[in-house]
Design a protein around this ligand. Structure first.
Ligand SMILES: NC(=O)c1ccc[n+]([C@@H]2O[C@H](COP(=O)([O-])OP(=O)(O)OC[C@H]3O[C@@H](n4cnc5c(N)ncnc54)[C@H](O)[C@@H]3O)[C@@H](O)[C@H]2O)c1
Length: 251
């Protein structure tokens, strides 16, 4: 049996982050459930502890370096040095380019790119000291281009370059870095998209499922399963990869 690892999952109060946090806890990791509002993390934490796992709620804004530093310090003292990091926190500010504001651009870059940078920078010393680390960054099929998402697709493509560079720089310390690029996953984020384009969420799901080879939309568990593999002890030779988890191939 290897030692108990501590994981930080950002944006874990709901959606994909919650699913990943629950799965890693079921796999035997201790999990810091990090999100903007500490109180909003309670439901995820409770679901983990009531199933016999160990988790704490941590309020932090990933876009803010000071907030991230103190969050990582808290995790280290309350759970132990984090050696698994899931950069999942995300927002959308969709609009066609001609209507997109600089604030829409900056907000999305701030959470996805600066957020992943801040978190990884704060956690990497614990990984290199332990000669073990697993970093999983959430990209998206939108990295390949998506109408109304100039900001988001640029951020998610940026995440892929960031991931590959981490893999190159940190590999010699026993640290792997990979990206998961989900397709349509049923969460509040896709519900917000349905609302923005004026379609009932059920219809949006049905229409989207028809376009997906496996004929269904994804669930947070689909991403959690992939994350579970990537952070596992046995996945140490898989690094710098982007895994599309989209119910079919993507270019
Ligand atoms: N749902 C999808 O179809 C889909 C597809 C591809 C990629 N993704 C990506 O997966 C990740 C999770 O998406 P989701 O669908 O679960 O979204 P969601 O909106 O349901 O959850 C995102 C979580 O991130 C948190 N968050 C936002 N800004 C934060 C910040 N600055 N600091 C800390 N936490 C913050 C939110 O509070 C929320 O709990 C995102 O990175 C998203 O871009 C989602």
């Amino acid at each position: 049996m290897s030692e108990t690892r501590t994981a930080i999952v950002t944006g874990a109060a709901r959606g994909i982050g919650r699913g990943v946090a629950q799965r890693l806890a079921a796999d035997g990791l201790q999990v810091a459930v990090l999100d903007l509002d500490e109180a909003a993390c309670a439901e995820t934490v409770e679901s983990i502890t009531s199933a016999g796992g160990k988790a704490i709620a941590v309020g932090a804004n990933v876009a803010d370096a000071d907030s991230v530093e103190s969050a990582v310090e808290r995790v280290t003292s309350e759970l132990g040095a984090p050696t698994v990091l899931i950069n999942n926190a995300g927002i959308i500010r969709d609009n066609l380019l001609f209507k997109m504001t600089v604030d829409d651009w900056d907000a999305v870059m701030g959470v996805h790119l600066r957020g992943a940078f801040n978190m990884t920078k704060a956690v990497q010393k614990h990984m290199t000291e332990a000669s073990f680390g697993r970093i999983v960054n959430l990209s998206s099929t939108s990295a390949l281009g998506n109408r109304g998402q100039a900001n988001y697709s640029a951020a998610k493509a940026g995440i892929q370059g960031f991931t590959k560079t981490l893999a190159i720089e940190l590999g010699k310390f026993g640290v792997t870095a990979n990206a998961i690029a989900p397709g349509f996953i049923q969460t509040d984020m896709t519900a917000a998209t349905a609302e923005r384009i004026g379609v009932a969420f059920d219809d949006f799901i049905k229409f989207s499922a028809e376009q997906i080879p496996v004929q269904r939309v994804g669930q947070p568990e689909d991403i959690a399963h992939t994350a579970s593999f990537l952070v596992s002890e046995g996945a140490g030779f898989v690094s710098g990869q982007v895994i599309y988890v989209a119910g079919g191939p993507k270019d």
